[in-house]
Write a protein that binds this ligand. Structure first.
Ligand code: ATP
Length: 231
């Protein structure tokens, strides 16, 4: 597996948030991480991208430990993080945001990300803060792709977006994965996430409570009752 996480624990100050997380992501794979608010999904992504330190366990990317690396070193290994809320530079143009994404890897080729997200093309010279929510999310994902990552972690892709827009953006993920960028997708919209992912993990109060093939989880009674509103 490309990413192998074993018995990972992490937290903030005295508060432990994650316990003994086991998770993996394979080559060209889309993996969903779902679960209720406050379960620790964002904390897990932040730990893997070096924003916060892991306290126990291991995380390896292509056999290299992530535990003692800086955020920049983790980007250089080929991991991109698209944070919750997109965090675009609102006053800069879409073009500038995208180029900043490619800065560390010296990638200036916008064609590929424009091909994936054509609505961005007529917006290149517009400031990112004036984009619609959906366009902002496209811009954030495209910016992440500009570093030509082998793994992209996307936090709450659907946040604040209409379902049709969410579907439109999710529909791009298989192309992104097929082109060599695996995706770890944190999502509140469990139905949408499990429809696009190959495998998924359910995180509840800091622990993985269920994992497996997305199709199997979609049919699981516990998932249907807790997350899909099917009684
Ligand atoms: P959401 O979907 O609401 O973002 P989540 O599953 O991503 O939920 P996290 O944001 O990882 O959950 O939060 C997990 C727990 O960690 C929560 O109890 C939260 O209050 C706590 N937490 C998050 N950030 C911090 C912080 N900077 N300092 C202290 N506690 C934090």
């Amino acid at each position: 597996m490309m990413l192998e996480v074993r018995k990972l624990s992490a937290g903030y100050g005295r508060v432990q948030v994650l316990w003994d997380i086991d998770l993996s992501v394979g080559e060209r794979e889309i993996v969903a991480l779902v679960g209720p608010n406050g379960a620790g999904k964002t904390t897990l992504l932040r730990t893997l991208s070096g924003v916060i330190r892991m306290r126990g366990g291991t995380a390896e990317f292509r056999g290299r430990s992530l535990g003692d690396r800086s955020i920049e070193q983790i980007v250089d290994l080929g991991i991109a993080h698209v944070p919750e809320g997109r965090r675009l530079f609102a006053g800069l143009t879409v073009r500038a945001n995208l180029l900043l994404g490619g800065w560390r890897t010296k990638n200036t080729d916008l064609d590929r990300v424009i091909e994936l997200f054509p609505p961005l093309e007529p917006r290149l010279e517009q400031v990112a803060g004036s984009l619609s929510g959906g366009e902002q999310q496209m811009c954030a994902i495209a910016r992440g792709l500009m570093s030509q990552p082998e793994l992209m972690m996307i936090d709450e892709l659907s946040l604040g977006l209409a379902p049709l827009i969410v579907d439109e953006i999710l529909a791009r993920l298989p192309d992104i994965a097929a082109a060599g960028t695996s995706v770890l997708l944190v999502e509140q919209d469990v139905d949408a996430a499990l429809s696009v992912a190959e495998r998924a993990y359910v995180l509840e109060t800091g622990q993985v409570t269920l994992s497996g093939k997305a199709g199997v989880l979609l049919a699981d009674k516990r998932i249907q009752e807790s997350y899909l509103g099917i009684a």
